[in-house]
Design a binder for this molecule. Structure first.
Ligand SMILES: N[C@@H](CCC(=O)N[C@@H](CS)C(=O)NCC(=O)O)C(=O)O
Length: 203
């Protein structure tokens, strides 16, 4: 199995985290985003969106990191990470959707303008992302009052997805102290070997 990704990509990282958790061996192929390799014709045949990650599982090609998470979890029978029980699975789906449609865009905007855009960064965009997060994060903070992980008593695909994105909040030195349950949860996720093993190296 080949995983095409980039070391600074949180979208790649969540797939790598699941592979670490489930001990799934894979060959890592770096797509150098800084050189525009994601737009090379041979890569666009794998992922026509020009984005990482992409998975090639013995000729079966899949893109969209959360679709890859679901595929690998089902393939490897990882029922604690992706429950088979209808309602338990629906709760994981809810948080995966929340992550992708609510959290990731705001964290992405904050990271882009804080870390990557240099002179083109917009202070207004940073403020907008922070006010977006001030509306979104309380939803997760309240959910963690009910159980220790977002969808369940144990970590699921949703926690991997959220933790991989929140790694960028740390890089942006975003203050999470107003959210004590998120801070505890994030501490537990960061302590997992899968998080440590997938920290950006050789970007
Ligand atoms: N929804 C996609 C997002 C993929 C994505 O945006 N990847 C970024 C890196 S984290 C990328 O490849 N950007 C390169 C570009 O836009 O040129 C997923 O979850 O896989």
């Amino acid at each position: 199995m080949k995983l095409y990704g980039h070391p600074l990509s949180s979208n790649t990282r969540r797939v790598q985290m699941l592979c670490e958790e489930l001990k799934i061996p894979y060959e890592y192929r770096k797509v150098d985003l800084s050189k525009g390799e994601q737009y090379r014709p041979e890569y666009l045949k794998l992922n026509p969106n020009g984005k990482v990650p992409a998975l090639d599982d013995n000729g079966f090609v899949l893109w969209e990191s959360q679709a890859i998470l679901r595929y690998l979890a089902v393939k490897h029978g990882a029922a604690t990470w992706y429950p088979t029980n209808l309602k338990k699975r629906a709760a994981v789906e809810q948080w995966l959707d929340w992550h992708q449609s609510r959290l990731a865009p705001e964290v992405g905007k904050l990271a882009m303008h804080t870390l990557f855009l240099g002179a083109k960064a917009s202070p207004q965009a940073i403020e907008d992302a922070k006010s977006g997060l001030a509306k979104i994060l309380p939803v997760m903070e309240n959910a963690l009052a009910r159980q220790p992980y977002v969808a369940s008593e144990n970590p699921t695909l949703a926690d991997l997805a959220i933790a991989s994105t929140m790694a960028y909040l740390d890089m942006c030195r975003f203050d999470l102290s107003a959210y004590p349950r998120i801070s505890d949860w994030f501490g537990k996720m960061k302590a997992r070997p899968s998080f440590k093993a997938t920290a950006a190296k050789g970007a």
